[in-house]
Design a binder for this molecule. Structure first.
Ligand SMILES: [Zn+2]
Length: 310
């Protein structure tokens, strides 16, 4: 029987925290009291019953690694700044926009690329090792699941650690592009500001004017991060692949996503239509709360690390 999720999110006795991340990280994690014991037990039961678990993750997972999300109340980028992410059409049509994007990305890269997986990523990777996890879909572009060793993984919106040529479709490592930037811009300096979820940082336009951006070595085409910018769509082959993995699954767990973007939300609609039970672990409300049989309010790393112990 499907229970209304609101009845399962009562906050009673707080449980002890077991996942401690660096203090600086917490500035990007929304305020949240510890998850209550009954919710944890229900979540444990949900995960334990599954033999082919489908997990979908979002920015809420990476805030505990020090990467801010866009939408969290008070601490997300939308709340803290008036900056908005790069739009696909703008990147394609405007050389100046590309120059600004890459200049900021160049400055932010050393810090952005150094972020490490947190205990939530590690727990999900262990579920893969133990055979419980059937497939993991992430909306994040930060490579933290890969860094944790996750193999049964689809990066729905791509990954900032890869670069794609819009001319020949060639894929190269973002780290290699960093060395080309350095070679082309030996005396260019800029002070990095806050780093966005996609690795963007904030630099004044005057500083950007002299930044040189290389083209593809093979065809001279435009280089773009291998990520789906806002306004672009996820490849149909990727969507079909994920739908197939979902159809093979027996339960869906959402971890750290508000599911506001349709590219991820559509899989919750599909799961609901196929009567695949859904549980959501997130601090804030999500677009799919009404589809879930269980909603657990809490920090991803803290809650998932407690599950192992139950
Ligand atoms: Zn090319």
């Amino acid at each position: 029987m499907r229970l209304p999720w609101r009845t399962l999110t009562l906050h009673t006795a707080p449980v002890r925290r077991t996942c401690s991340e660096p203090a600086a990280v917490s500035s990007f994690v929304p305020a949240c009291s510890s998850t209550d014991g009954p919710s944890l037990e229900l979540l444990q039961d949900f995960v334990s019953r599954s033999r082919r678990l489908f997990v979908i993750t979002g920015a809420g997972l990476s805030t505990e690694s020090g990467i801010p999300d866009y939408r969290s109340e008070g601490v997300g980028l939308y709340a803290r700044t008036d900056r908005r992410p790069m739009q696909h059409a703008e990147f394609i049509r405007s050389a100046k926009s590309r120059q600004r994007y890459w200049a900021r990305n160049f400055v932010g890269w050393p810090q952005f690329s150094s972020h490490q997986p947190n205990c939530a990523h590690r727990v999900l990777q262990r579920w893969e090792d133990s055979g419980r996890l059937h497939w993991l879909v992430t909306q994040n572009v930060d490579a933290l699941h890969s860094k944790a060793g996750q193999k049964k993984l689809t990066e729905l919106h791509g990954c900032t650690h890869r670069v794609m040529c819009l001319g020949c479709g060639g894929i190269s490592a973002r780290e290699d592009l960093q060395r080309k930037f350095e070679a082309l811009n030996p005396s260019w300096r800029a002070q990095a500001g806050a780093v966005a979820p996609d690795g963007d940082v904030f630099i004044e336009d005057e500083q950007v004017l002299h930044f040189r951006v290389p083209s593809c070595n093979d065809c001279g085409g435009i280089l773009k991060p291998d990520v789906t910018f806002f306004g672009d769509t996820v490849k149909k082959t990727t969507v079909h692949f994920v739908h197939d993995r979902l159809a093979e699954s027996d339960a869906v767990l959402v971890v750290g996503s508000s599911l506001q973007v349709y590219s991820g939300y559509r899989f919750l609609l599909a799961a609901s239509e196929s009567k695949i039970p859904i549980t959501i672990l997130n601090i804030g409300t999500t677009r799919a709360d009404h589809l879930a049989e269980l909603k657990v309010i809490g920090r991803c790393g803290e809650v998932l690390s407690l599950l192992q112990r139950l």
